[in-house]
Design a binder for this molecule. Sequence first.
Ligand code: ADP
Ligand code: ADP
Ligand code: ZN
Length: 228
Amino acid sequence: MDGTGIADTAPVFILLGPPGAGKGTQARMLEDAFGLVQLSTGDLLRAAVAAGTQAGQEAKTVMAAGGLVGDAIVLAILKDRLAEADCAKGVVLDGFPRTIAQAEALDDMLARKGQKINAAIALEVDDVQMVTRISGRFTCAGCGEGYHDTFKPLQVANTCDNCGGTQMTRRADDNAETVMSRLAAYHEQTAPLEQYYQVRGALYRVDAMGDITQINTSIATLVGQVNA
Ligand code: ADP
Ligand code: ADP
Ligand code: ZN
């Protein structure tokens, strides 16, 4: 696999954590604060599904069932995105890697240019909180800002705080049945990544049970230190 478009000295951060942990919310905050680009493989896959590409068609059923899309598809989509010019300033990966094979492929991709990840930040929430977060999640269709019915409601009814858009979407896979499969996939295939990064000295754990601002402060402090 070829290298990426990430500049030699630009950072690569990974946000690990179960579905609903707050990876997307925190990644967007880091994007603004540190001038990084958020890359969500979930968003890239949903775009492929909506566009009806070959990869999207293959991913669609797996995503609807709450399983993990095959490594080859995910890696091809991510690799294309990483080659784009805006990634030069550094990236925060949200929802990738999700398997050991993906982590190894990322390490290989970076190693081709003598690079490595700066930190893998694990957001730790319990299963009950994860289900509560997922079941109230909705997103602005205009700008992608994430909201929650209880924890991050719109300030003005039906209007995005960020862009003023009025169309909100809820993900089809944010339902009670699929959540259990996603949680199982997380525990079986993604949780082992904590050990993978720990032995490489790159793992940082953050208690993600608190409120959004509090967690952001912990993560931003960490990113600032690792980035210094
Ligand atoms: P992930 O990307 O890990 O799946 P999201 O960032 O989409 O998670 O967050 C899931 C839901 O929980 C969203 O509705 C979001 O607004 C909400 N949320 C995120 N962080 C917190 C938090 N610390 N406390 C309460 N709700 C949160
Ligand atoms: P969440 O953080 O709530 O689990 P995502 O948007 O990250 O949601 O992912 C949605 C779905 O997309 C996952 O359930 C999975 O089917 C698929 N997906 C996203 N990223 C990956 C990945 N790195 N590897 C395999 N499947 C993925
Ligand atoms: Zn918006």
